[in-house]
Every structure is written in structure tokens, then in C-alpha cells.
Design a protein around this ligand. Structure first.
Ligand code: ADP
Ligand code: ZN
Length: 519
């Protein structure tokens, strides 16, 4: 039955991965929690059971802007689908409601906030529901970056319609999120389906950010000329600037961020989906639910807040299975900025600690000397072997004994703190180490410190690399609005010579790995 629907309605030959088992389980009335990477084929897992079972499958999705597209796509396949959200006028709404009540809908897409209203609940009571599909289920996680308060109310589905099977789906997969989804949605009896999160066709690369625009342009021109891709920036302002810069450089690019009006956002999104070779420069407001198979690269010009976010964003590349690039440029300033955001964020200490832990994991990924994929998958609880398709596998980083450099840097921070009772950002410590008599150095008399000028064996960018790596290893921390450096417990063990520090060498590394795809 399910196979017949797959072939006749969707035109595919066979199921992928766990699809078959999930579909059988849900069609049989069981609850399911599905964790599958982006592009894994989650939609069929509820669409086919909805077609097989009697009644209408109700799909809860936060992606209001995409509902029309999703429904149109289903209709062209002959599936009877409709949606209810705030974009409909009264007449359209009535028509969808009538179709649902008449049993003329296979699938009904709903915004989560709609489900909270008494009118919609009464409507659902009067029709026949075959199943509830909760898409992007990680939106229920309060720790996550996509949290939607309306998702919390979805626990009532089980109370109000106890006999209707529920399937929750997400591409976010840490064990913590996983458990949280199950608890918050009352999916205690659900069967869990956890697919491998590996995306072997994506090449992961993380480079130090020196001249981001030039680095980006090199990437686009040498490896991705004419390709469609997404470039993520942290702020709306940098989205606009980078999009402009690309257009001036002859690369067709569009901006996308929450500050643009809805019309512009919709136009840019649909152009990106429909036209070939467009580059979308966006904040993370862009991308959830975007199904464009031939996104050839995802570039990050700023450090993502978490490994989950990074993985989800990069996962939008290469859904068609063809070689694609995930490229991230990050620098010390990123770390300082993210710390600043955390320290000034609302929420209690536990919340800020949680954000800090996410940032630390992201930093560890950036500074690892091991295979990026091994580290990424390990983060999601999966064991794997070095992949041969990431920068550290292709160009293994050299490491060097950075113990003395680390001691010099840490004692500078220590002396400022102990002898002067002062805290400064990385720039000041580096100026001191390099023996630079800047205004700020002489003004504070820092040229009189014994550490003044003791670090001339390294250059400025190397010192910044040392700071970044010490931060990533927890041997140093950055704090507060001004991003001042402070010592950690780990610092003490380095200063007291109980601990060696290995650092990765950055200078000699080419910006693009030896094995280029176009070759
Ligand atoms: P997800 O929601 O997990 O990101 P989708 O459900 O959008 O993934 O599926 C990703 C792509 O794979 C879609 O283009 C879909 O049509 C295709 N697909 C899904 N299942 C199959 C299958 N069994 N055979 C062939 N293509 C499939
Ligand atoms: Zn690798």
C-alpha cells in the first residue's frame, strides 16, 4: 500500500533509509519521533500515512511563508491539500474549512498559533483527523535557537485527541533536544527513528578570517562561479553590505533578513528558489524549510552561535547529493562579539551558561586539528572515521608547541590583573607582547611591565590565533561588554608549567585545499 502510493503519487521507485518503517508505524496508528538530516526525506513520512489512513492529516508547521508552495506542490501531484494561516482572507478560510469538514482534504497545514485558538480546535473536532505531524519539532525546545512559544501548547494534542497518532520531525539532533521534544510534546510512547546525520557530499572547511571579502570572493570565483549558494552574516547591516559588495563584484546576490518588508523577503526568496545561480546573503532568519536541491555552497562570514545552528545551516547545501561546500571564516572578533551577546542577553544564569556551552562547542569545532566531520557527528552522538572530505583531512594542520607563547600571553593578562588591577581586550595584550608604544600603552604605563615586548617572535595575526585557540581550549576566557580577557582554572595549570599547549599552525595553510573540485 505505502509503496504503491510512493510510486503512483510521488513517482519514486523505492523508500530511503527508515522511511518505510516510519510510514508503516504511523499508518498503523503509532506515535513517532523522527530525527533525520535536512534533505533526508521527512515529508513523505507523514504525507504517505495521511494518504493511507482515513481522514485528514494535520501538519503543524512554523513556516507560514512556505505553506502556499508546499500545498501547490502537493496539488500538482493530485494530493488534496490546503492550509490555514493568517495570510488567508475570510472567504479562502471558509473554503478550506468546508473542504476539511466534507472530508475532501488529505492534508491540512496549520500554523502552530492557529491550533491554540478555540475556533480551530472546534473545527478539528468536527472533522476526521488521520494524524498530527509536528514539523520542525525542535521549535519546542526552549534552549534552542528556533524556539516558538506556540509549540509548547502542542502538548494538548495528546490530551484533546488521544486516539490520533502523532509524528514529530526535526533535523536538529542533539540528545538533549531529542529528550526535550519527547517530554514537552508528551511523546512518551513514541517510537524513535534516528537517522545518520552524515552528509558525505558536503565538504566542511573552516578558515581564519583575515580579509573576509577577499576570501569570500576567491571562494566564489575559483570554486563556485555561477553556483547558487547562501551566505550567512550575523547582522542585518552586514547582510546588506555583503550583498551590495557581491553585486558590485559582478556576482548576482540578494539580501534577506527580518528587517526587510515582507514583500521584498518573499520576492527574494522565490527568486532564489526559482532562478539559477543566485547567491542569497542572509541572517539565520532565512533557510528553514527551504527545499532547493542545488545549493552548492553555504558560507558563514560570522561564527554561528552553536554547532546545531551551524549544522542545520550548512545542511541546506547539496540536498541533491552532489558535491557542495560548507565554508566558515571566523576570527577572534567573532568570539568577543558572541561573548558580549551572551553576557548582555536576558535570561537567568542557567540560560547564559547554556549559551556559553554552545559557543564553546562551536569554538572547539573551529580549532580542532582532527577531522571536522568526526567531531561534528560525535557532537550528535555518532561515531565515525576521518572522512577525507574536510579541510583538516585534505590538508592536515601542523601543530606546534605553543606552551611558551601561551605562558607569555597568560602572564600578560595576569600582570595586568595583579599588578594594575586592570582588564583589557586581546588587542592591548598583543600590543604589550609586541612592544608597541601605542597611546593606550603609554597612557597606562604598560611599557613598564616586565612582559612588554617579550613576544616579538610572533606577528599580530599569529597572536590573535593564539588567543582564539586558548579560548577554544578553555585556557582563557573573554568577558563582558568590552570583551576583556580573564584567566580560567586552566590558565593556572599552563602558568605553573603543569600543562603543555598544542596549537594549530595557520600561516602556511592555503585558503583553498589542494583537492579542488573543479580540477
Ligand atoms: P526533509 O524534509 O527531510 O528536509 P524532504 O522531505 O524535503 O526532506 O525531501 C528532500 C528531497 O528528497 C525532496 O526533493 C524529496 O522529494 C526527495 N525524496 C524524499 N524521499 C524520496 C525517495 N524515497 N526517493 C526519491 N526522492 C525522495
Ligand atoms: Zn574529515
Amino acid at each position: 500500500m505505502a509503496l504503491e502510493v510512493l510510486q503512483r503519487v510521488f513517482g519514486y521507485d523505492s523508500f530511503r533509509g527508515d522511511q518505510r518503517e516510519i510510514i508503516d508505524h504511523v499508518s498503523g496508528g503509532g506515535d513517532a519521533l523522527v530525527l533525520m538530516p535536512t534533505g533526508g526525506g521527512k515529508s513523505l513520512c507523514y504525507q504517505i500515512p495521511a494518504l493511507v489512513r482515513e481522514g485528514t492529516g494535520v501538519v503543524i508547521s512554523p513556516l507560514i511563508a512556505l505553506m502556499q508552495d508546499q500545498v501547490d506542490a502537493l496539488r500538482t501531484l493530485g494530493v488534496r491539500a490546503g492550509f490555514l494561516n493568517s495570510t488567508l482572507d475570510f472567504g479562502e478560510r471558509r473554503a478550506v474549512e468546508a473542504a476539511f469538514l466534507a472530508g475532501d482534504l488529505d492534508l491540512l497545514y496549520l500554523a502552530p498559533e492557529a491550533l491554540g485558538t478555540a475556533a480551530v480546535q472546534r473545527l478539528l473536532d468536527r472533522g476526521t483527523i488521520s494524524l498530527f505531524a509536528i514539523d520542525e519539532a525542535h521549535c519546542v525546545s526552549q534552549w534552542g535557537h528556533d524556539f516558538r512559544p506556540d509549540y509548547l501548547a502542542l502538548s494538548m494534542l495528546h490530551e484533546r485527541w488521544p486516539k490520533v497518532p502523532r509524528i514529530a520531525l526535526t533535523a536538529t539532533a542533539t540528545t538533549a533536544t531529542h529528550t526535550e521534544i519527547a517530554t514537552r510534546l508528551q511523546l512518551g510512547d513514541a517510537r524513535h527513528f534516528v537517522a545518520s546525520f552524515d552528509r558525505p557530499n558536503i565538504q566542511y572547511r573552516i578558515v581564519p578570517k583575515n580579509e573576509p571579502r577577499r576570501q569570500l570572493l576567491t571562494l566564489l570565483r575559483t570554486e563556485h562561479a555561477g553556483d547558487a549558494g547562501i551566505i550567512y552574516c550575523l547582522s542585518r547591516a552586514s547582510v546588506e553590505k555583503i550583498a551590495e559588495f557581491l553585486v558590485e563584484s559582478g556576482i548576482p546576490a540578494l539580501p534577506y533578513h527580518a528587517g526587510l518588508d515582507a514583500r521584498t523577503r518573499a520576492t527574494n526568496q522565490s527568486r532564489f528558489l526559482r532562478e539559477d545561480g543566485l547567491v542569497m546573503v542572509a541572517t539565520i532568519a532565512f533557510g528553514m524549510g527551504i527545499d532547493k536541491p542545488d545549493v552548492r555552497f553555504v558560507a558563514h562570514l560570522d561564527l554561528p552561535k552553536s554547532v546545531e545552528g551551524y549544522y542545520q545551516e550548512t545542511g541546506r547545501a547539496g540536498r541533491d547529493g552532489l558535491p557542495s561546500t560548507a565554508w566558515l571564516a571566523y576570527g577572534l572578533q567573532d568570539v568577543v562579539q558572541q561573548r558580549k551577546l551572551i553576557d548582555s542577553s536576558e535570561g537567568d544564569l542557567a540560560h547564559r551558561r547554556n549559551l556559553a556551552a554552545h559557543l564553546d562547542a562551536m569554538l572547539a569545532l573551529c580549532e580542532t586539528v582532527e577531522c571536522r566531520r568526526v567531531q561534528l557527528l560525535a557532537y550528535f552522538g555518532e561515531e565515525s572515521k576521518p572522512c577525507g572530505n574536510c579541510d583538516t583531512c585534505l590538508t592536515p594542520p601542523e601543530s606546534w608547541d605553543g606552551t611558551i607563547a601561551a605562558q607569555k600571553l597568560l602572564s600578560t593578562v595576569l600582570r595586568l590583573q595583579r599588578e594594575r588591577n586592570q582588564k583589557f581586550g586581546a588587542g592591548q595584550s598583543i600590543d604589550i607582547l609586541l612592544g608597541r608604544k601605542t597611546d593606550k600603552v603609554t597612557q597606562h604605563g604598560h611599557d613598564a611591565l616586565t612582559v612588554f615586548g617579550i613576544g616579538t617572535e610572533l606577528g599580530e595575526s599569529e597572536w590573535r590565533g593564539v588567543v582564539r585557540q586558548l579560548l577554544a581550549q578553555g585556557l582563557l576566557a573573554v568577558q563582558g561588554e568590552y570583551g576583556v580577557l580573564v584567566l580560567t582554572e586552566g590558565s593556572t595549570s599552563v602558568l605553573s608549567r603543569q600543562r603543555e599547549v598544542r596549537l594549530r599552525r595557520e600561516q602556511a595553510r592555503p585558503t583553498t585545499p589542494a583537492k579542488s573540485r573543479s580540477a
